[in-house]
Write a protein that binds this ligand. Structure first.
Ligand code: C5P
Length: 211
């Protein structure tokens, strides 16, 4: 069973993906980490984030490994990730890796922006996870402050709006729900409620498949 989870930044899709994977005993790939790893590699090497050939060459060296999430989850690396994610060459370099992960024997859970539309359009379950931008800014602010970053909530709100615009307006694989994705609005949901709703959706799909 392939479960594709797409959605906006800080919507709760990552937490949901992790918990759904544990629930069904499936491997999980947070595809945002791949783009973050390319963004970080470009920043470290002093490469221009719009230089497609150089960023694609860095992306080609990214493999599946235990990413150092502490260094990849900063606001600066997130912004860099969303800039390099616009580049078609970077997306192509990361495509096979994600596709192979999705189609491994037994299935997988992947979360990102284009899983249900580009990486695994054949996924058994497609979820689109979103929340109001104000609520997402509140969550992200708490997360970044907890990591010791000095930011205000209104700065985080502005960053999220900028990121949403760049992710949804890019030419290659823009962030958008697949036509057959089921929406979960987490604005007023706890992570437990969100997981329960997702399990309900997965079970309904599995029931349908059997009959
Ligand atoms: O989900 P996360 O915030 O870690 O993703 C960082 C950035 O990577 C996103 O803003 C987006 O630009 C890019 N991304 C993408 N496609 C994916 C996953 C992430 O373009 N499947």
């Amino acid at each position: 069973m392939i479960i594709a989870i797409d959605g906006t930044t800080s919507s709760g899709k990552g937490t949901l993906a992790k918990r759904l994977a544990a629930q069904y005993g499936l491997p999980h790939l947070d595809t945002g980490l791949l783009y973050r790893a390319v963004g970080k590699a470009a920043l470290d090497a002093g490469v221009d984030l719009m230089d497609e050939a150089s960023c694609a060459a860095l992306a080609m060296q990214i493999g599946l490994k235990d990413f150092d999430e502490r260094e990849l989850r900063t606001a600066g690396v997130g912004a860099a990730a969303s800039i390099v994610a616009v580049l078609g060459g970077v997306r192509r370099a990361l495509f096979e890796l994600q596709r192979a992960f999705a189609h491994r024997q037994g299935g997988a859970v992947l979360d990102g922006r284009d899983i249900g539309t580009v990486i695994a359009p054949d996924a058994d379950v497609k979820l689109w996870v979103d929340a109001s931008v104000e609520e997402r800014a509140r969550r992200r602010f708490l997360e970044l402050s907890g990591m010791g970053e000095v930011v205000t909530q209104s700065e985080v709100l502005a960053m999220l709006k900028e990121r949403d615009a760049r992710d949804s307006q890019r030419k290659d694989a823009p962030m958008k729900p697949a036509d057959d994705a089921i929406w979960i609005d987490t604005t007023r949901m706890t992570p437990d409620e969100c997981l329960a709703r997702a399990i309900e959706i997965v079970e309904a799909k599995r029931g349908k498949k059997k009959t």
